[in-house]
Ligand binder design. Structure first.
Ligand code: AMP
Length: 281
């Protein structure tokens, strides 16, 4: 087994290899390999070990993206951002040593709810945690750009962890993004191929708040063309069960003009968030 350098929890260089881990059950299957529950042999520390096949990374031409993801995620320290403790590789595979999120994907938890949505209290808790994590990212000049339920995990206590930094960039960025996958979470400036900044993440908080409360994202349609139109026009309709406070927060985030969106501090202090998180509220 070859081993390679990685940075450990204290930021010092440390050599990790597969021999350092007892590998347990698979936690999930990703696009480029599997994720396993694992335990570091000496400390017994539990982690999630993500195994990626180099051949598949090369085929999809995403080695550069992975390098950036590692570089960004390994340097972030926040209770609502999944830790990347280190990495190592052998001839065929790359391994990421990740914090273990025991409750798994938020997406699946959402789908398993009786009505496919969360109540307002739970939504407010997730939106606050997400906003605090993104506030931290933005303070480090990192824009996530790909906030969606599939990229959010939950730990043992049910706290939210942003997990996937594959599309994140260091700002400022005027990049035109190659769009792939769903358009549902993208803001007007990105679907329209315009320059964008950290305000893209504000839009996705609004989309997520809507999806948590209503069970599906606000601009979901039969076709990409239809979704594109709805995003561009900000064609937003609320179901009748939403409270005025929730509607107010979402409407303030889903603004076509990036600069008009409620900022992260404003989200954390929004009266609906404050009311929902107040034990007597
Ligand atoms: P990914 O390759 O990141 O899409 O991961 C594939 C699946 O593995 C996810 O859908 C999760 O169910 C699971 N998974 C990934 N990372 C973790 C983690 N850190 N803790 C627990 N489960 C994880």
């Amino acid at each position: 087994m070859n081993s390679c350098q990685s940075s450990d929890t204290s930021g010092e260089r440390k050599r990790w290899s597969l021999d350092n881990f007892e590998v347990g059950r698979p936690l999930g299957k990703g696009k480029f390999g599997n994720v396993y529950l694992a335990r570091e042999v000496n400390s017994k520390f539990i982690v999630a070990l993500k195994m990626l096949f180099k051949s598949q990374l090369q085929k999809a031409n995403v080695e550069h993206q992975l390098r950036r993801e590692i570089e960004i995620q390994a340097n972030l320290r926040h209770p609502n951002i999944l830790r990347l403790y280190g990495y190592f590789y052998d001839e065929k595979r790359v391994f990421l040593i990740l914090e273990y999120a025991a409750q798994g994907e938020l997406y699946k938890v959402l789908q398993s709810q009786p009505n496919g949505c969360f109540d307002e209290k739970r939504t407010a808790r997730y939106i606050l945690q997400l906003s605090q994590a993104l506030g931290y990212c933005h303070s480090k000049k990192v824009i996530h750009r790909d906030i969606k339920p599939e990229n959010i995990l939950l730990d043992l206590r049910g706290d939210l962890k942003i997990a996937d930094f594959g599309w994140s960039v260091h700002s400022p960025s005027s990049k035109r993004t190659t769009l792939c996958g769903t358009l549902d979470y993208l803001p007007p400036e990105m679907v329209e191929g315009k320059a964008h900044d950290e305000n893209v993440d504000l839009w996705s908080i609004g989309v997520l708040a809507y999806e948590f409360l209503c069970g599906s994202p606000p601009f979901e349609s039969e076709s990409n063309a239809e979704t594109y139109k709805k995003i561009s026009k900000v064609d937003l309709k609320f179901p009748s069960h939403l409270s005025p406070g929730a509607k107010d927060l979402i409407s303030r985030l889903l603004r076509h003009s990036p600069r008009e969106r409620l900022n992260l501090e404003g989200v954390c202090k929004h009266p609906w968030i404050v009311k929902m998180l107040n034990p007597s509220g």
